[in-house]
Design a protein around this ligand. Sequence first.
Ligand code: ADP
Ligand code: MG
Length: 488
Amino acid sequence: MTGKKFDYFIKGEKGNWEVIIGLEVHAQVLSKSKLFSSSPTKFGAEPNSQVSLVDCAFPGMLPVINQFCIEQSVKTGLGLKAKINLDSVFDRKNYFYADLPQGYQISQYKNPIVGEGEVILDMSYGTRKIGIERLHLEQDAGKSIHDMDPDNTFVDLNRSGVALMEIVSKPDLRSPDEVNAYIRKLRSIMRYLETCDGNMQEGSLRADVNVSVRKVGEKKFGTRCEIKNVNSIKFMQMAIEYEARRQVELLEDNKQIDQETRLYDTKKNTTRSMRSKEDAHDYRYFPDPDLLPLNLKQSLIDKLKKKLPELPDEKKERFIKEHNLSYYEANILVSEKEISNYYEEVIKGCDKKLASNWITGELFAVLNKKNLSISQSPVSAKNLSTLIKMIISGKISGKIAKDVFEKMQDNDKDPQQIVDKEGLTQESNPKEIEKIISQALSKNKDKVTQYKSGKEKLFGYFVGEVMKISKGKANPQLVNEILKVKLK
Ligand code: ADP
Ligand code: MG
């Protein structure tokens, strides 16, 4: 923690305004088949190739609940430290649209499967606890494609019936930065749990963003607008900035905010009104008569709880305690499941702190430069581990290790082979080092005289000369020790 202060406000002409944000995140359940049918859910398939009779609402077809999707939502609920509701209900949310053949979406309204929970954010000004209101299960709709033909709209029902978890936050977020941290944390938790792949480009994670503003110091919330279906963190942040400013301008003009649903235009970076806010009664919610209420056994919850993997917050605490890492380092190493896996692979039989330095330092520099994710790392965890072990055992110096690391990036080369082939093994034989030191000193007799008459700064110069002659291979610690004796 840097102790920086929270300082995000919208500065209006009549004072500072606080921004209040609540998110409804739609996370696609990681599942091979849909919520109420056995159709596959693969991304990018030929349009309408993954549609069963249930998904296209053939008369008389009945939904059959996918037990795996239920377990995925329970796991996600547990990961959010949330209350799991043993009794929940599937409701019909009725509306008409061409990509919704049923004429209703099966969702959960009054009795969701998961109740209140929380997500912890690490901000530069401290940790923030963001409340989760609920998580409910629902079906996705199909997709209307308006831009393929000037005269026709096409409908692709591949997504129709795919299971979504809608995760509703309390209005606890206060800035675009916090929204960024929240989405990343939520995504990370679900990826650890393997309940959602979090792939925003493929639409596995989207959010409706609710925004309102109030004068700093005021207690009452202002009227909110909901920006629908934003599918990138950057767009969420830009939409919030724009929307909050729009609301501040209206309020400072003594106009009022209409509670409405708005669309974010990514090209113009503006939001525009789509419709006035619909109320629950507009949807005529009622329990779906085709589905029984969902009753879960406590034993199932307990079983899933036992199998839960270690999640980022707990892993971070453990890394700090067991591996002596700083809060900052631990936070980076647990931020993504793949990074923590990589780290845990590297530290097998290896120094934990040094491994962390290498990963967050050298390796991340390379990944950033080449714009790669950790799973695309040109150096495998196994080989990085070998390299670090060679430093610890004294086989190579830290400096040589950096050169070797550079060469390893060519197709994940084995560091052992590079060192053997190029004869880079560190020289740690005192006799050999003495020889090199003698060479260095006899080459620089005048400087030795200067040193002995008090110019002690020259010590570093001699070390440099020795390293040069040994091509960087002399053990620096021994060079220091022996050189001191020699120069007495
Ligand atoms: P719906 O949009 O379906 O009516 P809710 O009333 O549960 O659903 O609220 C949806 C979201 O709006 C929640 O994430 C909540 O935190 C957020 N929200 C509620 N009031 C405000 C407000 N005044 N400003 C910003 N967000 C809000
Ligand atoms: Mg809503």
